[in-house]
Write a new protein. Structure first.
Length: 307
């Protein structure tokens, strides 16, 4: 939805709507520790059609950012990544305008699905069009990277190899599509804790395997290749603490998932299926547990779009 403004406002648009998809990690390797205290990672990421929605409108008589969320768990202040992303865009663009932003949440929070980072990326993308900034994907990613390591990926979605702290994004094409069963546990796993536990449970970081090194050189891959190379370094420490997540993975595999894996540092486990019927059947084997949130969605085939 794109609305035209009237009157003396220098911006020809008055509002935009952006969908912010979740992501999964078919591969997530945590490599060596960097001098800045962060870890290098090597990951393949893919967006899926579980989406938040952002409506961003100019407030012609205001100079503040007004952010409203449809969940009480999120504040509409500087603690919110959407708010911080809007501030970062206005500062870089050296503009002072009033903004009215409505965030509708569907992606579970603290779930390893990148919801907050996707919301931030959607904010940057939406404001780039609303304010007619003309920034490239690289310029938008520079604004987003300080906000979160996953933010740059969403600006190059739907599929990419992500390295460094997350700031190095190489888009790739995954040549076929899949249906995804997302099983969210209802509790969160703190990323900092997951890194600390990972450091305790392994002696040293492993280098990339031959299969991952091969994928790193490709620009076009398929889900069969990814299923054969699927891995998440966080599974060992997270499953040791939360055996219920291990059991969810086992159920998805028993239901015929090509791959089942923890997404990010958790606490969502996803399974990939070749068709919707198989995904729906797997959902039916899990959804009876009331504390679980189960979604069946397709993989995305295009970038984030502004309408």
């Amino acid at each position: 939805m794109t609305k035209r403004s009237s009157g003396s406002n220098p911006h020809t648009l008055s509002g935009v709507t952006v969908s912010a998809p979740a992501k999964i990690n078919p591969v997530l390797r945590i490599l060596d520790r960097r001098q800045d205290g962060y870890h290098n990672l090597w990951s393949i990421m893919q967006t899926v059609a579980l989406e938040d929605e952002l409506q961003i409108r100019l407030a012609p008589h205001g100079r503040d950012i007004q952010l409203r969320c449809d969940t009480e768990q999120l504040a509409g202040d500087r603690s919110n990544l959407v708010y911080r992303a809007a501030v970062a865009v206005l500062e870089k663009a050296q503009q002072t305008v009033g903004l009215d932003i409505q965030l509708s949440k569907r992606i579970p929070m603290g779930a390893g699905l990148g919801g907050g980072s996707s919301d931030a990326a959607a904010t940057i993308l939406g404001l780039n069009q609303l304010l007619q900034l003309g920034w490239s994907g690289g310029q938008m990613a520079e604004v987003g990277q300080p906000l979160g390591s996953d933010v740059p990926f969403f600006l190059f979605a739907p599929s990419a190899v992500v390295t460094g702290r997350g700031e190095i994004v190489k888009p790739i094409r995954i040549s076929d599509s899949r249906w995804v069963v997302l099983v969210n546990s209802g509790f969160g796993v703190e990323t900092k804790w997951a890194y600390q536990e990972l450091a305790k449970t392994r002696g040293s970081a492993r280098s990339l395997s031959q299969s991952h090194a091969y994928l790193d050189r490709q620009t076009d891959v398929n889900w069969t290749q990814l299923a054969e190379s699927a891995e998440n370094d966080f599974e060992t420490p997270v499953f040791a603490r939360h055996d219920s997540l291990r059991r969810i993975k086992q159920v998805l595999l028993a239901q015929g998932a090509e791959l089942a894996l923890l997404s990010g540092s958790g606490a969502t486990v996803f399974g990939l299926f070749q068709d919707q019927a198989a995904a729906n059947q797997a959902q039916g084997q899990i959804a009876y547990e009331k504390e679980l949130k189960v979604y069946v969605v397709p993989t995305c085939s295009g970038p984030l779009t502004v309408r």
